[in-house]
Design a protein. Sequence first.
Length: 301
Amino acid sequence: MNTIRNINFSHVRKICYGISTRVLNFWPVIGMGFLTFLILLFVFIFPLSNKCDKTFKNMKDLFSALEKYAAKKDLYNESWIASKGQEAEVYNKEIEKCRSFLKEKDDHLESVFMIQDTEERVIKVEDEALWKNEYEKRISALLTKLETNHIAIGDGALPFQNWGQVIPTWENILSAQKKFWIIEAIVNIVLNNHKITKLEKITFKESCCSYDPAFAHIYSAIPITMRFELQADGIQFLLHDVLKSPIPFVVEGFNISSTNKISNPDFSIENNNLVHVETSNNVSNFITDITIDAYIIDYKT
């Protein structure tokens, strides 16, 4: 009897021991499983979830954009594309016209003196000494024209180069040549505007206000200031003549001031005869000063 009880107790003890062993082994397994789950969650599931959310948002934005596009009345169809192509073609043609216009004006600015050779052929001056001689002759001719037309000139009004006995190099010649064409154009404006009584001063400046350096690859600017004395009613004609000149002037601004002078009210000279002019206090009798700030487009061809 005692033997049977010992056997049953031993069996029960083994069963309890086995259960406790299994229970003790269960929690590490659960812990490892939970840890594995956390690793999978942070390494794979969360990134994948974020990617899905981002994809969903992009699809939603695209769907909204497509809805707005579908709601438009004017869709970019074949007809619209063809129309825009024609517009681009017309635009490019107009741009080429502008470039041709600027190049045509720049051709004059970039040119050098032409003279007749012994065979009366017109040739370009290529010798520095010959160029200087022609330069001085043309300066003399411009001064003679101003004197003949009774146009007064201020001190140092015409900023021509004076090299004395030195023969200039072509580097200096090219700059002086451009400035000569500009001065000649201004003198011609003065000669063609009978309202101008005095060419006070032409000044080449170092810089200008409105030139945008972003366009330096297309053209550079030659800044200039011009000052004239003229009858008040001739101002608009002066500005018109400046803008239509063969030299591409861009007017930045101008300043008009009174001189307290009045043009000769008693007589004018016409065909060498004195013609009486009735005096009046209208604006045409008043003499004004006008200073024009401008620059010349030196197109890069």
